[in-house]
Design a binder for this molecule. Sequence first.
Ligand SMILES: CCCCCC/C=C/C(=O)SCCNC(=O)CCNC(=O)[C@H](O)C(C)(C)COP(=O)(O)OP(=O)(O)OC[C@H]1O[C@@H](n2cnc3c(N)ncnc32)[C@H](O)[C@@H]1OP(=O)(O)O
Length: 365
Amino acid sequence: MTTATMQVSQKDFEKAQEQLKLLKKDPGNETKLKLYALFKQATEGPCNSPKPGMLDFVKKAKWDAWNSLGNLSQDNARQKYTELVSSLISAESAGQTKDASPKESRHGGYETIIVSTENNITKIMFNRPERKNAINHQMYREIIKALHEAGKDDSTIAVITGNGEYYTSGNDLNNFANVKPNEMEKMAKDGAELLKEFVSSFIDFPKPLIAVVNGPAIGISVTLLGLCDIVYASDRATFHTPFSQLGQSPEGCSSYLFPKIMGLAKANEMLLFNKKLTAAQAYAWGLVTEVFPDGTFQKEVWERLKAYASLPKNSLAVSKQLLRSMEKEKLHAVNSKECEVLKERWLSDECLNAIVSFFQRKSKL
Ligand SMILES: CCCCCC/C=C/C(=O)SCCNC(=O)CCNC(=O)[C@H](O)C(C)(C)COP(=O)(O)OP(=O)(O)OC[C@H]1O[C@@H](n2cnc3c(N)ncnc32)[C@H](O)[C@@H]1OP(=O)(O)O
């Protein structure tokens, strides 16, 4: 984790320099001197230039600020610089959004998810914590509806996350339970249609979509991360796609996107051999954008997202659509193919035995 934390810190440092340029208000001379000193310390180490003359006020103030940092390490200076920028950005965005959007507004009509909008962000939250947020048929349908509405509402970005300990444990295996033998074909056909529509609503989502992975993620909730634009994860999160173990096959366009994201060899370990990744591994393999300590995860992530959601909405939407347009047709074709294969898998003995084992409590992941 140490290496990952250092990498994250360097990446944050570079992002912070970019974010600083977006500040609309001048933060004042004292803060600017602090930023200058931390930047010099982070990039060059302790102050090593000769002290300017007493009458060169500006240079002397800068030199004093840098020199006052003594032997602060470059890593610590990067960290402090990043934190300072982040606090300036959130203070500004809190000020800007105060009057425009003072309260969270909750969207009605959902039972398995919570949908709300605040600070130009529509949040879709899996909400069956007692079932580890397993996705039943109703939840698939409600997420399709929520994404459709979020795509058209006034929000700038949308976020998908989980309530409680889990992000989600993936497909609710009860979706396969209590099906009579003569209804198996229909169950598989209806399931494949629902899945195709569900994944399509991620492929076609017109605004930036951010996954906030608060805890363990399993199955389809992991594959869908490839269709999200940013993935933030708590260091408590894990990423598991146990398709072979369940006698099933990859979905969510992962058979195409995972090899692109992490390379074929690593995608094979996840999609064929059920390799479960820690958050640090998922970050190293490119599936996750950034990992945060669980203790500060919510605070850090939402502060960051608030700042992003104050960027120009239309510019973000057209840029997202431009990026997605290069791949859209291909993604729909992959989705169709994956659903076709899964429809057959759901009728196989391998899959049925795995479901029976789960319910007999012989097998848990
Ligand atoms: C339209 C169909 C589209 C299908 C798309 C294809 C999608 C594929 C996938 O997503 S594959 C992944 C499927 N998920 C799983 O196989 C996970 C199964 N669950 C587990 O292995 C474990 O429950 C666990 C590791 C997630 C958590 O274990 P533990 O901490 O010991 O908790 P419990 O098992 O006691 O869980 C509490 C309670 O929740 C029920 N539950 C959890 N996850 C699921 C699930 N995915 N499906 C059904 N039920 C689930 C669990 O059974 C417990 O219920 P109980 O209290 O015993 O009644």
